[in-house]
Design a protein around this ligand. Structure first.
Ligand SMILES: Cc1cc2nc3c(=O)[nH]c(=O)nc-3n(C[C@H](O)[C@H](O)[C@H](O)COP(=O)(O)OP(=O)(O)OC[C@H]3O[C@@H](n4cnc5c(N)ncnc54)[C@H](O)[C@@H]3O)c2cc1C
Ligand code: HEM
Length: 402
């Protein structure tokens, strides 16, 4: 909760800070990386820096947090922090780093807003930052404790024991502990971070959802190769490296699993809606439900460009067939006829004829426009917003683009 001195100051200045938050966050990152170039090479995703998406995600989160503090001062606005804390934990971020970020982020506010930032205003925003930072530090400490590791000690070596090409542009990698013991368990829907050393020596990290059920000896991830569609935009750095270099017998640096797109064990109906490579967390959830002999009603919706781009397409359908109460609804923009066994419709996903059972909880994963359209449809049909969960395969821009 903000102090009584800070609350009116934050309320009065939130509009001007909010209006300038993108410029503040841009200056913050520039200063941070000037002072600590190793953070950009080896911790932050330099593609997200180049295209500005991480800047927007940070700005959106700070603005959303500040507005919750002033609009609902008696509530703990931790709900929006779960995703960030999980991402931070999967990167092994420790509490000492928050002081470095504080220096550059809080220093950027007066540099962008000028004389409007009186000592009272600076002190009030210092409070906002540390409320947010301390809430994140506490959440991250809990995640490390749950994983039974010291703060930040999340990186492990994993050997690739199998590689399969599972669509025109996706490959799966089965990962095993080098000593052959079982990989740590996780909750279906969670992801790991993978760190690779690129040709210029930078160590870049990306997240990949675990694409098979837990409680098996190994983990599996499925990586889509990010190609340049126009020849101008660069190819994805880590996915291209994995596709061109990672082979059976190689050892990768992989984090323990984290992520908050997980469902509680219950018997309520589920909707699992994915598009493109967003299928990966759904495969893990479906595999888990099928192994457990779940009787839950599970409606699966998937949209893809064509059968050729649908990663693990037959496995996806088979998993739904193994469920006692599962149904599959597939759409391909083209080529549906080529694989009649998949019983797909041609065109874009259309949920307008869907009658969802009462009490359905929805899990969405795919490009933002797909998820926004599905979510809009669900909410329009009476599904409470709190029952719609989603995973974005990049910095979460939902908060900054509402
Ligand atoms: C929780 C989570 C789970 C995920 N699960 C999966 C999964 O299961 N499978 C999967 O395949 N992916 C998954 N992802 C996405 C994955 O983490 C990577 O983002 C993806 O592989 C692309 O990484 P990359 O290094 O290949 O591309 P990057 O190099 O990061 O590039 C990403 C995009 O930015 C653009 N870009 C890069 N540099 C510039 C520049 N200088 N200027 C303009 N644009 C630029 C690229 O053209 C590309 O379109 C997940 C992400 C998250 C956050
Ligand atoms: C109050 C302080 C902080 C806030 C509000 C914050 C906010 C965020 C947000 C919103 C994201 C994007 C999450 C997503 O949607 O995927 C993120 C990711 C990240 N954060 Fe933080 N963060 C803070 C502190 C830190 C610190 C101290 C570090 C370590 C130096 C750090 C390093 C990172 C990295 C490396 C990523 C992933 C970046 C990427 O993949 O592009 N953050 N953070």
């Amino acid at each position: 909760m903000l102090s009584t001195q800070a609350l009116p100051v934050v309320r009065a200045t939130a509009p001007v800070v909010g209006a300038n938050i993108s410029a503040i966050s841009e200056l913050f990152y520039r200063r941070l990386f000037e002072a600590h170039p190793e953070l950009l090479r080896n911790l932050f995703n330099r593609g997200n820096q180049a295209n500005g998406s991480q800047r927007d995600a940070l700005a959106g989160a700070v603005a959303a947090f500040a507005s919750l503090l002033v609009e609902r001062p008696d509530e703990r606005p931790d709900a929006i922090l779960g995703r960030i804390a999980n991402k931070h934990a999967s990167l092994g971020i420790t509490s000492d780093k928050y002081t470095i970020v504080a220096r550059h982020l809080l220093g950027a506010i007066p540099d962008v807003l000028g004389d409007a930032v009186t000592p009272e205003v600076a002190a009030a925003w210092d409070e906002v930052y540390w409320l947010m930072a301390n809430a994140l530090i506490a959440l991250e400490a809990r995640l490390y404790a749950q994983a039974s590791v010291a703060d930040g000690d999340v990186w492990r070596q994993m050997e690739i024991v199998e590689r399969d090409e599972v669509s025109e542009d996706a490959a799966s990698f089965v990962l095993r502990r080098p000593d052959g013991t079982s990989a740590p368990s996780f909750r279906p829907g969670q992801y790991v971070s993978v760190q690779v050393e690129l040709p210029d020596g930078a160590r870049q990290i990306r997240q990949y959802s675990l694409s098979a059920a837990p409680s098996q000896k190994d983990w599996r991830i499925t990586v889509k190769r990010e190609r340049s569609l126009d020849g101008v935009q660069p190819e994805g750095e880590v996915s291209t490296w994995l596709h061109t270099h990672a082979q059976v017998g190689d050892v990768l640096d992989v984090s323990l699993p984290f992520g908050d797109l997980v469902f509680p064990d219950a018997d309520t109906p589920l909707l699992l809606a994915s598009a493109g490579i967003g299928v990966t967390p759904m495969l893990s959830m479906l595999d888990h439900l099928a192994n457990a002999g779940s009787q839950r009603r599970v409606i699966v919706v998937h949209a893809d460009r064509s059968p050729a781009t649908h990663a693990h397409r037959y496995e996806h359908v088979e998993l739904v067939n193994r469920l006692a109460n599962g149904s599959m609804h597939l759409w391909y923009e083209s080529g549906a006829d080529a694989h009649p066994a998949l019983e797909a419709a041609e065109g874009r996903a259309d949920l307008s004829d869907f009658a969802l059972p009462q009490g359905t909880t929805a899990y969405l994963c795919g490009p933002l426009p797909f998820m926004q359209s599905v979510r809009g449809h669900l909410i329009g049909n009476g599904v409470p917003a709190a029952s719609v969960h989603y995973e974005v395969f990049g910095p979460d821009l939902w908060l900054s683009r509402q």
